[in-house]
Design a protein around this ligand. Structure first.
Ligand code: ADQ
Length: 479
């Protein structure tokens, strides 16, 4: 089996359990074949006098048989590539929030520069039969830059966030260029069938792509395979974490503390895509419409700080503090506060106990690629007495998790009704729903995700060297 090369905006030591996210997801595959993981170091070096972007320094570190290689970014590149085009343009638009985009002209050039820098630094580290797997929206044009430099390796791309419909994509400055660069991948993976369908419409309507009889797409003289590969969690690892001394202690503490209450939980990054203000309003509506929950229902909402240097995130932080404060002020008693709002990251090992002690899990994003919290909540439940998941139909996870109570998070009244239904649900129904959900997240766990994507990529015909020449010919359009 060929060596795996992972490229993502940030890298993490896969041996550290706290690393979470991609590190957990890819850990096993990386350990199996040995791997190289390439990304930004997180370090910003000040731009040299005169404002000319500097050349990033490389750092190499061994983590078992995984080599982590990172590159520094200069301030100007970081601001345009990371804060600008990635998080102020692509993130809002891909989450259907055209209104929150900041379409400054200089951003796209910085995004191109950093992708070019990544390609130049990575190329000398590659072996001819390496399989390259690029992750997420920060690095869409990376394959195009690698191909232009002569790389013929198999390259796959996975989009962790939603793929919006064509007319929303059309709002992205230079979207035609961005789409064209996707065709330099051999395989492009999405979280859901809905995302894949949007992609299919997009490339057919905007690039006149032809759909070949085997389902692949042909445009710009290149052929691309696309598919839905819903990301999962490591269900067994999560169950093990719940069963550690710390996991059990957390569960018992929460059960004791809330023995006379019905606990509801939300765990999110504080991001406008997660639907947090709408969720808090639905909880308020629950207290108004169903007063039997007064003095009983308690929502623990953890919202970890995220991208605080992007303006839209400061607004949502203030809105959340106001909404939660108002509910506690209006409804709270000396011995009961309806909401415990925690604006901090909680240690990963504490999550399973918290989920398990909760009667209801609230996962109500306005738009989400997948949402792993939904799956973690299911994995942590006691099958004999499980809690109920209230899930937004706009999370990628809703395609798989049909036995959750699916809600439209914009509809505050109906969401409150669904929360009440979850709080009142009889044990038999809770067990049946949980059993079906648990089966689904076990069948398509993170190992299934990783293996299925890589097997699909590795089964594709290797790219013929002449494709390179095509890439070289189009080079002037890409710089
Ligand atoms: P996120 O939007 O970050 O990622 P989400 O799937 O909600 O993704 O959560 C990622 C992880 O972070 C989970 O393991 C969760 O437990 C942890 N986490 C979240 N909030 C936390 C908090 N407040 N404290 C501690 N831990 C917290 C992107 C996409 C998602 C997609 C993932 C994976 O936006 O749609 O599901 O990637 O592809």
């Amino acid at each position: 089996m060929s060596r795996l090369v992972i490229v993502s905006n940030r890298v993490a030591d896969p041996r550290k359990p706290a690393a979470g996210g991609l590190a957990v997801a890819l850990g096993e595959s990386m350990k199996k074949t040995g791997a190289l993981w390439f990304g930004w170091s997180g370090k910003i070096v000040e731009t040299a006098a005169g404002g000319v972007p500097g050349e990033g320094e490389l750092h190499t570190q061994k983590a078992g048989n995984v080599t982590l290689v990172t590159v520094d970014l200069c301030r100007q590149d970081h601001d345009a590539y990371y804060l600008g085009y990635s998080n102020d343009v692509l993130w809002p638009v891909f989450h259907y929030r055209l209104d929150l985009g900041n379409y400054e002209p200089g951003f796209a050039a910085g995004y191109r520069r950093v992708n070019e820098l990544f390609a130049r630094k990575l190329l000398p580290l590659l072996k001819p039969d390496d399989t390259i797997w690029v992750h997420d929206y920060h690095l869409i044009p990376l394959a195009a830059r690698l191909r232009a430099l002569g790389c013929t390796n198999r390259i796959g791309f996975f989009l962790h966030i939603p793929m919006p419909p064509p007319l929303i994509m059309a709002a992205i400055p230079q979207q035609d260029w961005l789409m064209r660069t996707l065709f330099d991948y051999d395989l492009v993976g999405f979280q859901s069938e809905a995302d894949l369908l949007n992609f299919s419409h997009y490339v057919q309507s905007e690039a006149q792509a032809e759909v070949l009889p085997d389902g692949r797409y042909r445009a710009f003289n290149r052929t691309l395979q696309a598919g839905a590969f819903p990301i999962g969690i490591d269900v067994d690892e999560f169950a093990r974490m719940a069963d550690t001394r710390e996991g059990r202690q957390m569960f018992q503490r929460m059960r004791k503390e809330y023995s006379r209450r019905q606990l509801l939980v939300g765990v999110d990054r504080l991001d406008y895509s997660k639907g947090l203000p709408q969720r808090i309003r639905a909880f308020r509506e629950l207290l108004v419409r169903y007063p039997e929950n007064l003095n009983s229902a308690t929502l623990i909402q953890i919202a970890s700080p995220s991208r605080e240097d992007v303006d839209a995130y400061a607004d949502i932080r203030d809105e959340m503090a106001n909404l939660c404060g108002a509910i506690n002020g209006d409804f709270g008693e000396l011995d009961w506060m309806p909401i415990r709002y925690i604006h901090r990251t909680v240690a990963r090992k504490r999550l399973p106990g918290l989920y398990r002690a909760s009667r209801v899990g609230l996962v109500t994003p306005l738009r989400d690629g997948m949402n792993l919290v939904a799956k973690e909540f299911i994995a942590a439940q006691d099958p004999a007495d499980p809690g109920v998941l209230v899930l937004s139909r706009f999370a990628g996870a809703a395609e798989q998790l049909k036995e959750a109570l699916l809600v439209n998070p914009y509809d505050i009244e109906r969401t409150a009704q669904a929360i009440q239904q979850a709080l009142q649900m009889p044990l038999d129904e809770r067990r049946n729903r949980h059993q079906a959900l648990l089966r689904r997240i076990k069948e398509q766990d993170v190992h299934w995700w990783c293996e299925t994507f890589l097997a699909t990529l590795q089964n594709l015909e290797p790219r013929a060297p002449q494709c390179n020449r095509v890439a070289c010919r189009v080079k002037p359009m890409l710089v």
